[in-house]
Design a protein around this ligand. Sequence first.
Ligand code: SF4
Ligand code: MG
Length: 346
Amino acid sequence: SDPILEVRNLHVNFDTHEGTAEVINGVDFTIEQGETAALVGETGCGKSVTVKSLMGLLPSATIPEGEIIYKGQNMLELSESEIHARRGREMSMIMQDPMTSLNPVLTVGEQMVDVLKWQGQPRMSLTEWLRDKLKSGSEAEYRQRAVEMLSEVEISAPERVFESYPVELSGGMRQRVLIAIALLSEPDFLIADEPGTALDVTTEEKVLDLLDELVEERDTSVLYITHDLGVAREVSDYINVMYAGEIVEQAPTADLFADPHHPYTRGLLRSIPTLATGIGEGIEGHLPDYTDPPRACRFADRCPHAEPECRETYPYPREVESDHNAACHLFDGPPAHERHVDLGAE
Ligand code: SF4
Ligand code: MG
């Protein structure tokens, strides 16, 4: 079957006082139907910007090039209202911070019922809908559906939680509520932005296991966003490693761990805390300035293998093994994607 999502040569720019920041610089990745993929990289690498462009939530950015093909349709060619119609229904999102994502002045139940009612209004954003408060359907049905969903996320007193305000719940409980809300519309595609990161490790693990089960049952396609390669290994079938707005390596999860290629991926692997010591080695240095990144390879300032060539010739992604791509001069193979990157006048 066709992939549910194909991102092709995506570029996202922001205008800043220092000039144009090329925050996403030619990103390609694919999510197959029913697959769980991960987008991994350190904070500031462009994960969230990628996600926001998928959701059509980047009003201040320009997208000079690229395609975001969802179920065969380029999202970048859709009107605002057509995007609204998909966002939150077909495509749903779990945010990383349950405290700021839930409305503190409404009970859990009120928020869930609002989402269910809004789903009957195909041409409106949730905000527009809430403004208009259009009502349809029966209150009792909505309540029943919301309570069912709360028990599906293994909340043991769903009726009580339905009546609760977010502040009355624990962090783990709030995260479960957010999962319940994201799944209310039975989305085909779910983006999970660092779910559980705000929680302690044990609770995070439980939340990830639960989410894993729920999406498996529903055959939902998922994109996990995480800075933690260890988490990506637990939850995903396929991993895309992102550095400074580019995908530097992508492979099925098992292959990536068995045979990591790119120096950045190897660095990330070393930074996963080991069981024995509980600590990992971080990668020296920091992300480049997006208004003036190193020419050619954006990782050159931090790479232990950097050669002059790395600043001269763009490291196009190469297919280093079947379905396994790496963008680094150390590795050769056929081009992974058809693409041209303009490095300015030579
Ligand atoms: Fe390092 Fe060069 Fe590979 Fe970039 S292209 S990751 S600088 S070896
Ligand atoms: Mg983020």
